[in-house]
Design a protein around this ligand. Structure first.
Ligand code: F6R
Length: 259
């Protein structure tokens, strides 16, 4: 089962996960980070700005989870732009070492296989940051995604398009297709860190952590992973049946264990 850490705020979550990432990079300067986009990981990226001062990040490598298909990479809401703006530039990472799936239509047929090959060539992802959609998706693996899936094109659900419309002028501008690491790809990362904040995520979190293992709730795939950490605020934790046990376990955890 995933370790669940219930924190008081997004900032506390950001500080906790940033500390883990900073320690990883200090131990392994060419660490491979799995980068999520969307609102959820922003407190982690913000906290990292302070944590990485004085740390050599020149060798750090990174792979984004997903990208929209057919959206100009220069568009402010392409995940290439978001990763550049929120992660690469503020943290001073080498842009050549940070990859995002290629959503260009002309090359989309082999973009998934190309991305898988690049992740494999890097030796796999050390720490994968994840958010979760209100429909339970991780990456853009919408309900019904195979637990064995690899990086490929998916069709976004209307729910996800509505959820993401806030980043665009109108819902009509939200692409219908994406290219996303598969659940099988994500499960190969050595440490999964899933974050969620707010009541709107409470059901998806409860289903992912405590519900049945099912492709209908792609986030439940984390139950298959030997080292998965779920960091949630009180609102996102509000539907967890074992919340008190998670609090007790974390409070009594030896400090040296980290997350
Ligand atoms: C983003 C991603 C998605 C988001 C999810 C939650 O790279 O893969 O799974 O993590 O849609 O989005 P937010 O964080 O905006 O609520």
């Amino acid at each position: 089962m995933a370790e669940v850490v219930i924190v008081e705020s997004k900032d506390a979550a950001g500080a906790l996960v940033a500390a883990e990432i900073a320690a990883l990079i200090e131990n392994r300067p060419d660490a491979v980070l799995g980068l999520a986009t969307g609102s959820t990981p922003l407190p982690v990226y913000q906290a990292l700005r302070g944590r990485l001062d004085g740390v050599d990040v020149s060798q750090v490598r990174g792979f984004a989870l997903d990208e929209y298909v057919g959206l100009d990479p220069a568009h402010a809401e392409s995940y290439r732009s978001v990763i550049t703006r929120e992660v690469v530039e503020p943290l001073g990472l080498d842009p050549q070492r940070i990859q995002v799936p290629n959503g260009a239509e002309a090359t989309i047929q082999h973009a998934g296989a190309d991305y898988e090959a690049a992740i494999a060539a890097a030796g796999g992802v050390d720490l994968q940051i994840l958010g979760i959609g209100t429909d339970g998706h991780i990456g853009f693996n919408e309900p019904g995604s195979s637990f064995a899936s690899r990086t490929r094109v998916k069709t976004l659900t209307e729910q996800t398009r509505e959820d993401n419309a806030r980043f665009f002028d109108s819902i009509d501008d939200v692409p219908r297709h994406c290219i996303t690491q598969g659940l099988g790809t994500i499960l190969q990362a050595r440490h999964l860190v899933l974050l969620a904040f707010g009541e709107g995520k409470a059901q998806a979190v409860a289903d992912a952590v405590e519900g049945p293992l099912t492709a209908s709730l792609p986030g439940s795939a984390i139950q298959l992973h030997p080292h998965a950490t779920v960091v949630v605020d009180e609102a996102a934790a509000s539907k967890l049946k074992l919340a008190d046990y998670y609090r007790y376990t974390y409070a009594n955890k030896p400090a040296w264990q980290g997350i």
